[in-house]
Design a protein around this ligand. Structure first.
Ligand code: FAD
Length: 502
């Protein structure tokens, strides 16, 4: 039997992968996408596709025995996380390394299924510093606007923001930030704010107002399966294979041969097979793409891959913290899971931070203000291949998170001082006011201009491309998916003009 063949193969279905699939499909190139997670379109016994953060079940986590929410305790009690029984191919994964837990989405749409939908564009000056090889003019004139339009980015109606009980938590945090002299900013999102207003009026089923987000939103969110991927499949040239993991990559002729492992939702391996392709695009995310290339280099299937693969990883300076409010400053029992305001201290010369005001949607008054801060952290981690586990190990020491904590602390110390409040220590295990040992924004591992050329072509390997967050060197200053999308648009436009023949 001849090995099955597809002209173009894309690993993963996150942002970079979805952009690439659409543009290849439009160009008439037959393309197969391989996704290890599920297609999330089938309701469970409760009639819902996804479970909520308030009542998580096996759909919540990717083969974990217990949920691993970023807040692990409440009033120091172990009441947040739940046992899940038999491991299942759920939608959120947390990959644990010493000193760093990396959250990622699993399923058709990747991170778009589980993320908060926040869709800011980075400040141009910082973008130019992070990715100097990229023509910023083309990005800001063409590719950022294109990405925002394709992703369905919208902004909350300011009148609604000011009056809804669902954003009282945001208004309280904004007031405190202003009291301390900080600026705040409205952050665009891909969750439909029209839908959200209807949720409040109860004319549609609730999602953002029903505690749904990190384990998926049943309504309202324009995740990639509804935007880029729907369009890609609509070209008639793109197919998506789910519950299938790419394990190995080797060269064959002028293309590649990838090893596949198909599983069921309980994780049982049903079949191992191979698929040949002419063009191979890696969109498995920072961890996934880096691991595939490291494995190929270190097990000798692609021994000449660049030494730079595995380097330049960062968690976008993520740090979570919470403040205890005065009794006269309640944040409200109804909290939209979709954040819409941020404290913008990015121009601070010593401690730049962009802190999104996050909800604590537990359905009762908590008097807590929660934040996910994005900070500048010059530290970088690196991955090495572990022969005994066949995985990539991330090397990140606890000390490397210190610059992030310092920047967040500079901001929130000032707010606490101005308002006369303190930190909450009951939300993160170990009595800590800051949690910088996990991240939502893994970036890097296959850096643009180092492991690849300036368009994502893997150095020394024709027809092999990287198209996701692993290209970005560890930091962006804002939430990353708009940038990952825009960069993928730019790169694939060039590759279609130069490398790919329909
Ligand atoms: P991903 O979206 O990670 O997609 C990679 C895909 O590849 C996944 O579906 C994965 O299952 C699949 N895959 C991996 N390895 C393999 C393999 N070997 N074989 C087959 N398939 C594979 N960003 C924002 O901009 N705004 C936000 O508000 C925001 N909130 C977030 C909240 C949470 C809880 C999380 C986890 C992330 C959040 N992010 C947010 C980050 C954002 O989702 C990611 O930056 C983005 O999804 C990365 O895109 P990507 O294309 O690099 O890969």
């Amino acid at each position: 039997h001849a090995t099955p063949y597809t002209p173009a193969l894309i690993v993963g279905t996150g942002y970079g992968a979805a952009v690439t699939a659409l543009r290849l499909g439009e160009a008439g190139i037959r393309t197969t996408m391989i996704e290890m997670g599920q297609q999330w379109n089938t309701p469970g016994p409760d009639g819902k596709v996804f479970c909520s953060t308030l009542d998580p079940d096996r759909r919540s986590m990717w083969f974990h025995r217990r949920t691993e929410a970023p807040l692990d305790t409440f009033l120091w009690l172990d009441v947040v996380n739940r046992d899940l029984g038999t491991p299942y191919a759920g939608v959120l994964d947390r990959i644990d390394y010493p000193n760093m837990g990396v959250y990622v989405g699993r399923g058709v749409g990747g991170g778009s299924l589980v993320n908060g939908g926040m869709a800011p564009t980075p400040q141009r000056a910082y973008f130019e510093k992070v990715l100097p090889q990229v023509d910023a003019d083309a990005m800001y004139r063409r590719y950022f606007p294109l990405a925002r339009r394709m992703l369905g980015v919208n902004t909350i109606d300011p009148r609604y923001l000011e009056k809804t009980p669902a954003y009282q938590y945001a208004r309280v945090s904004r007031k405190h930030a202003h009291q301390a002299g900080f600026r705040t900013a409205v952050v665009p999102n891909v969750y439909s704010f029209d839908y959200l207003e209807k949720e409040e009026r109860r004319t549609v089923p609730r999602s953002a107002l029903a505690g749904e987000v990190i384990y998926g939103n049943n309504h309202g969110k324009q995740s990639l399966d509804k935007t880029y991927l729907a369009d890609a499949v609509g070209t008639g040239n793109v197919t998506i294979r789910t519950l299938t993991r790419v394990t190995t990559i080797r060269r064959q002729g002028n293309g590649y041969l990838v090893g596949l492992e198909q599983i069921d939702t309980a994780g049982k391996v049903l079949k191992r097979s191979e698929l040949a392709c002419r063009y191979l695009f890696l969109g498995a995310g920072s961890v996934g793409t880096t691991e595939l290339l490291l494995r190929a280099r270190e097990t000798g299937t692609l021994p000449d891959l660049p030494a730079a693969i595995g380097n330049g990883w960062g968690g976008n300076g993520n740090v979570m913290t919470a403040r205890a409010n005065h009794l006269w400053d309640p944040t409200g029992p109804l909290q939209s899971t979709i954040p819409t305001l941020a404290i913008d201290n990015w121009n601070d010369p010593v401690h730049p931070a962009f802190a999104e005001i996050a909800p604590l949607p537990v359905g009762l008054e908590t008097w807590a203000s929660l934040y996910l801060a994005i900070t500048v952290n010059p530290e970088r981690g690196h991955f090495t291949y572990n022969h005994s586990t066949d995985r990539a190990d991330l090397h990140w020491s606890a000390d490397q998170s210190t610059p992030s904590v310092r920047s967040a602390q500079a901001l929130f110390d000032r707010i606490n001082k101005a308002v006369g409040t303190t930190y909450r220590r009951d939300l993160f295990s170990g009595n800590r006011p800051f949690a910088a040992d996990f991240c939502y924004h893994p970036l890097g591992g296959c850096l643009l201009g180092k492991a690849t050329d300036t368009y994502g072509r893997v150095v020394g390997h024709s027809n092999l491309y990287v198209t996701d967050g692993s290209l970005i060197p560890g930091s962006l200053g804002v939430n990353p998916f708009v940038t990952i999308t825009a960069l993928a648009e730019r790169n694939v436009a060039r590759l279609l003009a130069t490398d790919l023949k329909p």
